[in-house]
Design a binder for this molecule. Structure first.
Ligand SMILES: Cc1ncc(COP(=O)(O)O)c(C=O)c1O
Length: 390
């Protein structure tokens, strides 16, 4: 029995079976690579599902976490800490408008906070897009479209109206003066990196403004540099009311955030919401290190260059219908539903990728992926696509 098989057996005997069997058991990571319990090396094109923005074991995060933990670790929200305040100020600066931040530990919790903010408008109806993924807690699940995730837990919080993603006319028809918020991912991640038509977010902003509803953008997957901008909605020029973040923000240390802009910032009042761990000093110190490194290493520009390299390298493969996304959130749409086979073959070839849907692969590598690593990824993935289409 290999070490990986032994660990997998122990996993299955002790960890609740919510994810199915693990693909392998990882023991170490460095930069864009990870190693399994048998010493096999993988190029990580998924980064913990768009989380490890600086890759594995980045010294900036290691030093920030170590320094903070040896200075002051957890305090509870009865007290404020310096890194928490500095991170909130930094996020407000990056979003570019007057805002206030509520810190959480995950994306689903960031969305729970935003959901509660929408209820304080006095309205309850939320307009959400088909294909959306906003998390697994009961509130966020109510706003997540996949039936297989929802059905076992119904009834979920109600008053949700579903519209086809990217369809401006459908959005117009759905939004009226009874709507509390329109909730959208600027690019749908779990749906397989689906990009809406130009002008869609602007249209959503105009409609919500006209009808006194909030525009809530879920940037849990797309935020913090993943698309080559601090926020994927940035290039649209749209100013949302709510923005939710998590994943890449902590570079692997769990943290999420709900940003409320303008008047939305005061909808939650003392006592309306809380969390023991949210805004923890160690997690906020890690996030500050992530943001500082993205700035100092000019990673936003790098993300665009490497994302284009990956897309260009895959676009003309005969099995590829199109590549989608922006920056280092890359969708690879296949002509046939071979994504699961491709993911397995890629793993066997030492490449970690994700089969988001039966015919869509998703790549969300560390933002530090080098040109050479991207070239290696393209070469391996092309031979994997040859293999599964043969
Ligand atoms: C857009 C989006 N929102 C929310 C979530 C939920 O985040 P978490 O898994 O941290 O709860 C995800 C996770 O994939 C996501 O992609």
């Amino acid at each position: 029995m290999t070490a990986t098989e032994a660990w997998t057996g122990r996993y299955q005997g002790s960890v609740m079976n919510t994810f199915g069997p693990p693909q392998t058991v990882l023991v170490r990571g460095e930069g864009a690579h990870v190693w399994d319990a048998d010493g096999r090396r993988y190029l990580d094109l998924l980064a913990g599902i768009a989380v490890n923005a600086l890759g594995h074991g980045h010294p900036a995060i290691v030093q920030a976490v170590t320094r903070q933990l040896t200075t002051l670790g957890h305090t509870s929200n009865f007290f404020a800490t310096e890194p928490q305040i500095e991170l909130a100020e930094k996020l407000v600066e990056l979003v570019g408008h007057d805002a206030r931040v509520f810190f959480t530990n995950s994306g689903t919790e960031a969305n729970e906070a935003a959901f509660k903010i929408t209820r304080r408008t006095g309205r309850t109806r939320i307009v959400v897009a088909e294909g959306a993924f906003h998390g697994r807690t009961m509130g966020a699940l109510a706003l997540t479209s996949k039936q297989a995730y929802r059905a076992p837990f119904e009834p979920l919080p109600g008053d949700v109206t579903w519209v086809p993603y990217g369809d401006a006319a459908a959005l117009t028809a759905a939004v009226d003066d009874t709507v509390a918020a329109v909730l959208l991912e600027p690019i749908q991640g779990e749906a397989g990196v689906v990009v809406p038509p130009d002008g869609y977010l602007r249209h959503a902003r105009e409609l919500t403004t006209t009808h006194g509803a909030l525009l809530w953008l879920d940037e849990v997957q797309t935020g913090v540099g993943r698309t080559g901008d601090w926020f994927a909605h940035g290039p649209s020029g749209v100013v949302p009311d709510l923005v939710t973040l998590a994943k890449g923000l902590g570079g692997g240390i769990p943290i999420g955030a709900c940003l409320a802009l303008g008047d939305a910032a005061t909808l939650l009042q003392p006592g309306n919401h809380g969390t023991t761990f949210g805004g923890n000093a160690v997690a906020t110190a890690a996030a500050l290190a992530v943001i500082a490194t993205i700035e100092s290493d000019d990673l936003l520009a790098h993300v665009v260059t490497i994302g284009d390299q990956l897309r260009r390298g895959l676009d003309d493969h005969p099995l590829v219908a199109e590549t989608t996304g922006r920056g280092l959130l890359v969708g690879v749409v296949l002509h046939q539903p071979l994504a699961a086979e491709a993911q397995k073959a890629a793993l066997a070839a030492g490449l970690i990728i994700n089969n988001a849907t039966p015919d869509r692969l998703r790549l969300a590598p560390p933002l530090i992926l080098s040109e050479d690593e991207a070239a290696e990824a393209v070469a391996t993935l092309r031979s994997v696509l040859d293999e599964v289409s043969a």
